[in-house]
Design a protein around this ligand. Structure first.
Ligand SMILES: *Cc1c(COP(=O)(O)O)cnc(C)c1O
Length: 362
């Protein structure tokens, strides 16, 4: 069986270090906002090439709190791609703002930036671009639009830790970048986790406040806050894993290259020049997607679909009034894409086996 993901293989390769890190926290008996969290935030800031990192409970919380501290709420509009994990839009509606969707590019599957300006209104306050599947979107164009129209940019880099464009990392372009340490992400905790990063000292102070009940000092609450923090055990685990992230991302690229080499006449995600993808997800396209998926499953290859239903057609957003046909590229893409197993430990035999099954079937 070739699983879609293999946590066990990764754990086996770093078991001694991970166990030691967890033991260190247990011996210390300090669990929230302690030395591991401080150290991880510093190490991640250094890794990203940004001034400040504030860890939180999840990627979703990171986006919600980023919007909150930028003052985005009721009556405001936020531009975002219609193809993403639901959490991106949930964060916008959670703060009371309205998501304004743009369709995607049919080859990169990232936001079609040409549609952004047409969607701007007096109510537009921010752009929430997503670096989906590990590939960064056209962030250069987005930053230009944001500058011209005086908009905030909060990057959803939850799938793109370690990815870059022109050598500058995902999450470090906008006012705030957000990350997720959900176990299945490229830098995964053994539980939930997330982070916000910024170069802005004022935003940094607000981040530290909002994740911790809005307090500046114990029992003194300046703003309305949340309880959303990364715990010390997760921070200790992530400190170990961060050291391996670049190596793992390179290995994922090797897996992707191998798939691309072996798959005959099959459309895969276009990674334009200048972009380094962390290959969080590797997708292929097929008009016979559902049958292909069944064939692979029968032969022991697990696949997933990211994502079967574009956000504007999700039941929870019925109230937004969108219908089939509003975002044709995303809708068509959702019916064709299939995600293949990709992680550093996939071996060449597995890749060959999977590619052969696909080539033979199509
Ligand atoms: C995983 C993910 C999130 C949310 O992260 P959680 O830690 O699961 O809350 C947000 N956006 C995207 C694109 C994601 O993939």
């Amino acid at each position: 069986m070739i699983p879609f993901l293999d946590f066990q293989a990764q754990y086996n390769s770093i078991k001694v270090e991970i166990n030691e890190a967890i033991q260190r926290v247990l011996n210390r008996q300090f669990f929230i906002l302690g030395p591991e969290t401080d150290a991880f935030e510093q190490e991640l800031a250094e890794y990203l090439g940004t001034k400040h990192v504030v860890t939180v409970n999840s990627g979703t919380d990171a986006i919600i709190m980023s919007l909150r501290i930028l003052g985005i709420g009721k009556g405001d509009e936020v531009i975002t791609p219609v193809n993403s994990f639901i959490a991106t839009a949930l964060a916008i509606t959670e703060v009371g703002a309205t998501p304004i969707f743009v369709d995607i590019d049919p080859d990169t599957y990232e936001a079609d930036v040409n549609q952004i300006e047409k969607k701007l209104t007096k109510k537009t306050k921010a752009i929430l671009p997503v670096h989906l599947y590990g590939l960064m979107c056209d962030i250069d164009s987005i930053m230009k639009i944001a500058k011209n129209f005086n908009l905030f940019v909060v990057e959803d880099a939850c799938q793109a830790i370690g990815s870059s464009y022109k050598g500058k990392k995902a999450g470090t372009w906008g006012n705030i970048g957000t990350f997720s340490f959900y176990p299945g992400k490229n830098l995964g905790a053994y539980g939930d986790g997330g982070a916000m990063c910024t170069n802005d000292k004022e935003l940094y102070e607000k981040m530290k406040m909002i994740r911790n009940y809005g307090q500046t000092q114990k029992y003194h609450h300046k703003t309305l806050g949340y309880n959303s923090r990364l715990d010390e055990i997760q921070a200790a685990i992530l400190r170990v894993k961060l050291k391996y992230l670049d190596m793992w991302n390179v290995k994922r690229n090797e897996v992707a290259n191998e798939y691309n080499k072996l798959l005959v006449d099959i459309k895969t995600q276009n990674i334009p020049k200048g972009f380094f993808s962390n290959y969080h997800i590797f997708l292929i396209e097929s008009s016979k997607r559902d049958d292909l998926r069944e064939e692979l499953e029968k032969n022991g290859v697990q696949t997933l679909i990211h994502y079967p239903v574009p956000i504007h057609l999700q039941e929870c957003y019925k109230n937004l009034g969108y219908k089939n046909g509003d975002f044709p590229v995303a809708e068509k893409t959702a019916m064709k894409i299939l995600s293949l197993p990709i992680y550093p430990e996939v071996n060449n035999t597995d890749i060959k086996h999977t590619a052969k099954l696909i080539n033979n079937f199509l």
